[in-house]
Design a protein around this ligand. Structure first.
Ligand code: NAG
Ligand code: NAG
Length: 430
């Protein structure tokens, strides 16, 4: 760093103008670099005034990476300090990450840190890891939910972003909990029965079901469970408008008019005696409710008395996704097989299946019936059909776990979007 500084043209020109250069600690305390002691640096930079640097040793250099909140707060403190300086022209040297944390706090973009269109594949980075996708009712925009876990405090947090078709942030809201799943819900208006409005339901890590308006204001928070909610669905047959949600406790809860009406254990390990297993996904079906999770089963429950109608236990690992669309039950599992299942003659029968590059967490189907799947460690995949069999048409690798995929359509062209979790990336087709 010091060699590059000394040889830089910028410094040789600037030093003529700058009377005082304060080497403020902010330039160094991001985890990527530490500094040498001031007593060692001083002889090399004798023209500089180090009087504002209080410590000879680098006390700010720590093993752990600084939290985003802390860095944002520090960036504001730095701006305040800068504002109090009497100089007219000030050069500041720091890291790109510090600048992103500084500038992301101003203007409209509260959570989208940067957009990167340098290479062929456009992408952007969020403040928190993306895990769920929901198109807006008229498909003019879409929502992304995020989930972050601070490992030192075990505190969860998240955001919901509303992005336009070009992946520009329109709105965002920060939550005190991680968001695990999103669903659109049409609720009847309290004032007039003829009017209905859409709300976004969020299955959150603190066990509450959150109701958000389409413009992302938090309307209502309904405590359901002492553990995280894992998935949420709204009944397609309004006006009965029931909501179902699943939890890490293995329970399914039904909700009507913002009130839980029934909870039952849907996911258990059978031996030695039934113990709770995590329920990861669920869905409405014309014959009842489908559930699946750690128990490695797909189970159909009666909506009348919540008794078990039937199950299919032909899975080699947990059931991660259930989605009922176009009269087909789409099922994902950690056994890396995507299955299309039907309920016929009181049995859940596998119609077609295909080996995928990873566990299938979510799928999205576009208007051309193409199926995109988020395959966790296997990246994202688009399926097509050849002579009645499923085949992999396209595969996109991701740096980290892929938990969501989404389609958007522009002038008849269907474009894919997908996320990479720990590097907090959104990727999409141009
Ligand atoms: C889509 O919905 C948004 C509100 O979410 C509205 O502002 C916009 O005008 C709608 N677009 C169309 C094409 O209907
Ligand atoms: C869960 O988080 C939401 C969103 O920040 C909050 O509104 C709600 O009160 C929290 N619920 C509990 C039980 O802590």
């Amino acid at each position: 760093m010091s060699k590059r500084l000394r040889s830089s043209k910028l410094l040789s020109r600037a030093s003529a103008l700058l009377v005082v250069v304060k080497l403020h600690s902010v330039a160094y305390s991001y985890v990527s670099d530490g500094r040498r002691t001031i007593s060692e640096i001083y002889p090399e930079f004798a023209d500089f005034d180090f009087s504002e640097v209080l410590h000879d040793e680098d006390v700010y250099y720590k093993k752990e990476r600084e939290s985003d909140e802390h860095c944002c707060a520090r960036a504001q403190g730095f701006l305040e300090w800068l504002n109090r300086r009497p100089e007219k022209c000030i050069a500041v040297v720091t890291h790109s990450s510090f600048l992103r944390h500084l500038f992301c706090q101003f203007g409209e973009n509260l959570g989208l840190l940067n957009n990167n269109n340098n290479n062929n594949m456009p992408s952007s980075t969020l403040l928190t890891p993306p895990c769920a996708y929901l198109p807006s009712p008229n498909s003019s925009s879409f929502y992304i939910a995020t989930y972050a876990n601070d490992e030192s405090t075990n505190k969860k947090s998240g955001h919901i972003f509303k992005l336009n078709k070009n992946y520009k942030e329109e709105l965002s809201v920060e939550l005190d909990a991680g968001a695990l799943s999103l669903s659109l819900h049409v609720q009847e208006s309290e004032e007039s029965e003829s009017e209905s409005s859409s709300v976004i339901l969020v299955a959150s890590s603190n066990g509450s079901l959150l109701y958000l308006s389409l413009s992302l204001s938090l309307l209502f928070s309904l405590p359901i469970c002492t553990t995280a909610l894992t998935d949420v669905r709204s009944s397609p047959s309004s006006p009965s408008s029931t909501i179902i949600t699943s939890s890490l406790l293995g329970h399914i809860t039904l909700i009507k008019n913002r009130t839980p009406t029934h909870t039952f254990p849907a996911c258990t390990y059978p031996t030695p005696s039934p113990t709770p297993a995590e329920c990861w996904s669920l869905s409405f079906h014309p014959s009842g409710i489908l559930s699946g999770g750690e128990d490695c089963k797909l189970t159909l429950w009666s909506l009348g008395d919540f008794s078990k109608i039937t199950h299919n236990s032909n899975f080699d690992a947990g059931v991660t996704l259930i989605k009922y669309v176009n009269s087909v039950i789409h099922v994902g599992s950690y056994d890396d097989v995507y299955r299309q299942i039907t309920y016929d003659s009181e049995k859940l029968i596998v119609l077609r299946s295909i080996k995928m590059p990873g566990g299938i967490w979510r799928i999205e189907i576009n208007s051309g019936q193409e199926i995109a799947a988020a395959c966790m460690y296997g990246g994202c995949v688009v399926l097509g059909e050849k002579e009645g069999e499923l085949e992999i048409k396209r595969k996109e690798e991701t740096e980290s776990i892929c938990y969501y995929v989404g389609w958007r359509e522009e002038g008849g062209v269907r474009k894919l979007g997908w996320g990479s979790f720990y590097d907090r990336k959104l990727c999409w087709d141009e």
